[in-house]
Design a protein around this ligand. Structure first.
Ligand SMILES: Cc1cc2nc3c(=O)[nH]c(=O)nc-3n(C[C@H](O)[C@H](O)[C@H](O)COP(=O)(O)O)c2cc1C
Length: 200
């Protein structure tokens, strides 16, 4: 009788230990989850090229929605102001796959997790300075979010062309905005950024 009582006591003590262990394992998991959430804040960069201001306006809207840092991609040699000359030069550069030299490089790209990359639609693709920007750095393991302004042609094959220049990067959903409606685009930009879970 005494022996069976002892056995019952020992079993209860053991199961109590087991339960405590289980509880502490649960606490550990919870803490880990919380830690992941705490350190989960993504560092955002918004890099863009803009010839006539539309893509710059969109980049600023993305900054106000995400709180990210802005970086303007500027070619060393400015593009001509005259529209027809610019359109012909752009066609020639894109046809040749020319990548113009940039005024400044971003040297701390590694600190960013998410990089919004913006360009005007030029001949259905990205403007050559954006191609230079994407070719200069390594985007493996980074998340790229393309954005663009256009004159009616939408994003055309801009995203596909960006992907070719950034092997190993993860691409999120792009947002094309018509250049003529970019001034009123803040609500659409904020909605898109929120859906991507990148709002500040
Ligand atoms: C050289 C050049 C080529 C363009 N090609 C296209 C095109 O193929 N499709 C289109 O929808 N818009 C085209 N556009 C219009 C621009 O994409 C549009 O005006 C854009 O908003 C300009 O952006 P930005 O002000 O940031 O430079 C072109 C504009 C230029 C200057």
């Amino acid at each position: 009788m005494k022996h069976s009582l002892m056995c019952a006591f020992a079993t209860s003590v053991l199961s109590l230990f087991a339960m405590t262990d289980f509880a502490s394992a649960q606490t550990t998991t919870k803490t880990k989850t919380l830690n992941n959430e705490t350190t989960g804040a993504k560092k955002v960069l918004i890099a863009y090229f803009s010839q006539s201001g539309n893509t710059r306006a969109m980049a600023k809207q993305i900054k106000s929605a995400t709180g990210g840092d802005l970086f303007e991609i500027v070619p060393l040699k400015a593009y001509p102001k005259e529209y027809k000359v610019l359109v012909d030069l752009a066609k020639d550069e894109i046809g040749k796959g020319y990548k113009p030299e940039l005024k400044s490089k971003i040297d701390n790209l590694s600190q960013y997790d998410v990089i919004f990359v913006g360009s005007p639609n030029w001949w259905s693709t990205i403007a050559p300075p954006v191609a230079t920007f994407l070719s200069l750095a390594r985007f493996e393991g980074k998340t790229i979010v393309p954005f663009m302004t256009h004159g009616g042609g939408g994003q055309a094959h801009m995203v596909a062309d960006m992907k070719k220049l950034c092997p190993g990067a993860t691409f999120l959903k792009a947002l094309p905005i018509s250049g003529s409606s970019v001034k009123e685009a803040q609500p659409e930009v904020t909605k898109w950024v929120t859906e991507l879970k990148l709002a500040k």
